[in-house]
Design a protein around this ligand. Structure first.
Ligand SMILES: Nc1ncnc2c1ncn2[C@@H]1O[C@H](COP(=O)(O)OP(=O)(O)O)[C@@H](O)[C@H]1O
Ligand SMILES: [Mg+2]
Length: 287
């Protein structure tokens, strides 16, 4: 089974450390790269697809440096850039034919047909890319990334601009692709990856905070999530001082606060809550 190893990967832009000693190892399956804006997701992905060179550290594919493998490595890649938006004057079909020629795809007609059905673009294949909705543009971007049957598929914010239905469809598609390839997709929305990802890599300020399965992440929150019915706004402020508030639920005649505490809270009348992914997000990304 193929393996991608990222070793001590560091990328600095002047004084800004965008990736800070990242060490992760990936094999077949879907990985969710999760982090807030500016966390360093795009920077990491651009290095994985060999568009940007690391300041230090290295990336190995099956034990060999990717810059040594060079074209052999590049031929294995599929990439959807975060800012995929060019080629507005091309019609969808023309664009995919053009990309297939660039990538030297064998039997490209059949492949393009297959991909347009997969992402649901068959009906609009004659439309100009500039005229498409954001979600449709992303789908064209996903299709072009898949043209060469990549062994390493890197999707930078693939669900940006997709509506809920498109998101669902996308998740199903991705989990299939993960059976045969290393799939890395970035997002700042945890629900994009909580079900579909084999592991979630949580990144903040250029560092990997944790890499674990969804189940493991929820497990780590067990016994740390609490609820309380508060009397007034002052009490919310007090809780906010000491603990991480996940959300405040305001009903007609009550207000409940959900919060995280690593030890038993020193407040009376709290109850334990079952961990959810929202708690995981707050735990690793807030403050
Ligand atoms: N080409 C660049 N020049 C200078 N700073 C950059 C450049 N690209 C990214 N950065 C900075 O690096 C950090 C990480 O950015 P990025 O990788 O785009 O994060 P994300 O994709 O998680 O939003 C940000 O602070 C960003 O401003
Ligand atoms: Mg980004």
């Amino acid at each position: 089974m193929s393996k991608l190893e990222i070793v001590g990967l560091t990328k600095a832009y002047g004084k800004k450390i965008a990736n800070d000693h990242i060490n992760i190892s990936l094999n077949c399956g879907v990985y969710g790269l999760l982090g807030p804006n500016g966390a360093g997701k795009t920077t990491l992905m651009r290095q994985i697809v060999a568009l940007t060179k690391p300041t230090s550290g290295e990336i190995l594919y099956d034990g060999q440096k990717i810059e040594v493998l060079d074209t052999k490595y590049r031929n294995l890649l599929g990439y959807l850039p975060q800012d995929f938006d060019a080629y507005g004057n091309f019609k969808i079909l023309e664009f995919l034919e053009y990309m297939a020629a660039l990538k030297d795809v064998k039997d490209s007609k059949a492949k393009i047909n297959e991909l347009m059905s997969l992402v649901g673009l068959q009906e609009v294949k004659g439309r100009k890319i500039a005229k498409l909705s954001g979600g449709m543009k992303r789908r064209v971007g996903i299709a072009q990334a898949l043209l060469n049957n990549p062994k390493i598929l890197v999707l930078d914010e693939p669900t940006a601009g997709l509506d809920p239905q498109e998101r669902n469809r996308f998740r199903n598609m991705i989990s299939n692709l993960g059976k045969e390839a290393i799939v890395i997709l970035s997002t700042h929305i945890i629900s994009d990856v909580e079900q579909v990802a084999k592991e979630i890599i949580m990144i903040k300020n250029g560092r990997v905070r944790i890499k674990a399965s969804g189940k493991e992440l929820l497990g780590k929150m067990a016994g740390k999530v609490f609820g309380i019915r508060v009397k007034d706004e002052e009490q919310i402020a007090e809780i906010n001082e000491k603990y991480k508030i996940v959300n405040v639920q305001r009903g007609a005649d009550y207000t409940n606060v959900r919060f995280i505490s690593h030890s038993k809270p020193e407040i009376v009348d709290v109850w334990k809550e079952e961990p959810m992914f929202e708690d995981v997000y707050i735990e690793y990304f807030e403050r």
